[in-house]
Design a protein around this ligand. Sequence first.
Ligand SMILES: Nc1ncnc2c1ncn2[C@@H]1O[C@H](COP(=O)(O)OP(=O)(O)O)[C@@H](O)[C@H]1O
Ligand SMILES: [Mg+2]
Length: 240
Amino acid sequence: MSGAEAAELLRTGTLEVVGRLTAASNATFYATVSSPEGEAACVYKPVAGERPLWDFPDGTLAGREVAAFAVSEALGWGVVPPTVHRDGPFGEGMVQLWVDADPEVDLVALARDEQSGPLRRMAVFDAVINNSDRKIGHLLPLPGGHLHGCDHGVAFAEEYKLRTVLWQWQGEPLTEEAVEGLESLYGRLEEHGGELSAELDRHLTAPERYALRRRVELLLEHKVHPYPSPAWPAVPWPPV
Ligand SMILES: Nc1ncnc2c1ncn2[C@@H]1O[C@H](COP(=O)(O)OP(=O)(O)O)[C@@H](O)[C@H]1O
Ligand SMILES: [Mg+2]
């Protein structure tokens, strides 16, 4: 299934909840989507199941996950599995394609790897979306080497809130590939009326969209991986 076909199935298929995924405070469900064209497993996070947070407006986490997918697509690195906003058994929410991570990969070792290209791209992606929750358990390595990430609900804050386990490249020059990806993303962000702008308009406020553009500008200006903020815990707790 192509990404576009997967997104279409996620958007239009019949959504059935199979079970609850975590005992965490947000309601996160394992579900299936099915249509005459096919069936897939997915994650469903209804807005109604979002725990209120002090630092993010209520009811916005699902939309942030969809915005993260849009940015991932614009970068062309496929960090976020296909993700859509739609109605479901517990109301509107985000639905994301389930990916079968490789159980053989040691995630703790992967998170510390300094040589992994896909992981380094993910660190740049997180800086762009201002991810406040990149934990080891949010790494989904596929057999064959592709790396997906999940759980991008607490992202796109206006203030710098990067909180991640991936600090190994702080202060190092961005790779050429990263710079190219960022330049192309910047072009897409500037395209008023474009597909990316329309999707971000739906899920982020104007100041949040401005802050996103500024982060990309700063990355392109300095061309280095960012440092942790002294004013904010730099590593999520627990890190797994
Ligand atoms: N799209 C996905 N494909 C495969 N596994 C996933 C996916 N999304 C989440 N998971 C798994 O489910 C766990 C909980 O999902 P997460 O998005 O972290 O929800 P929560 O907001 O409850 O922390 C993740 O740590 C990961 O192991
Ligand atoms: Mg999580």
